[in-house]
Design a protein around this ligand. Sequence first.
Ligand code: BV8
Ligand code: ZN
Length: 239
Amino acid sequence: MGRGNVLVLTGAGVSRESGIATFRDAGGVWEGVDPMQVATPRAFAADPKFVWRFYDARRAHAASAQPNPAHRAIAAIEATGRPFLLATQNVDGLHERAGSKKLVRLHGSLWRVRCTACAAEHEDLRPKLEPLPPHCTVCGAMLRPAVVWFEEPLPMIEFGRAQFAAREAELVLVVGTSSLVYPAASLQMAALESGAYVVEINPETTSFSAEANEHLAGPAGVVLPALLLAAGIPMEQVV
Ligand code: BV8
Ligand code: ZN
């Protein structure tokens, strides 16, 4: 304790106020489509074009969305210069666009593609990819979205950094996640066990709410700027 390290863990709820649907709420992504049909290695092997269409639509949607006050508040905490890490499950790139730099992407990114054969990985910021599925310029094999699907392991270095930060943190903010998807949801538990003060920010109660030291009920884009105001952290200086 007294280390001053801050870890922020985020999920889809943080982008809700940017107009991006969450996964498991009413009207969420998984209401219209079964995750097992689009977000598993098996689904991709069975119908790559169908899976690519799903991700292409999400790329187009994310490209037209803007970061909201929650993303900006998180970037402003980092900008104070205290020991900080953001570990996000989001793949939409809005944290980066709000100015967050010290971040790990636990579930990859919509804006990166990876070769299914030679493992070449690169950034691709085009909102729409034509024709689908895209192919590798190095070896000609099919490209896949560089996101983590169900039944796939999380990127080891990123998850390791988040685990380390969870054990070192004095304060952890768990923002906009249902805390249902593992191993990401194990991070807030590890932080609690190491003695961090863990605050959940979510308009709804979740499977984690009873464990958290505090639950601040409200939208992230309202609660986070209010917390910064109370802490005397300016929102404007970022980017
Ligand atoms: C693995 C990325 C092993 C791509 C996603 C049974 C028990 C425990 C675990 C398992 C189990 N059965 C299977 C598993 C494992 C599985 C898992 O956890 N399943 C759960 C669902 C039961 N996990 C895995 O498969 C992981 N891999 O275990 O690998 C392994 C090891 C070695 C070798 C090989 C394999 C991989 C998981 C990664 C899945 N990837 N997607 C893409 O996006 O398409 S999952 C998906 O859920 C999302 O992408 C997201 O990243 C993730 C988390 O969701 P949330 O962000 O929390 O979103 P959700 O909709 O759930 O909640 C939104 C919240 O926001 C709500 O609480 C809402 O109230 C709140 N909210 C709304 N508005 C606001 C708000 N909050 C604040 N402000 C607002 N305005
Ligand atoms: Zn290749």
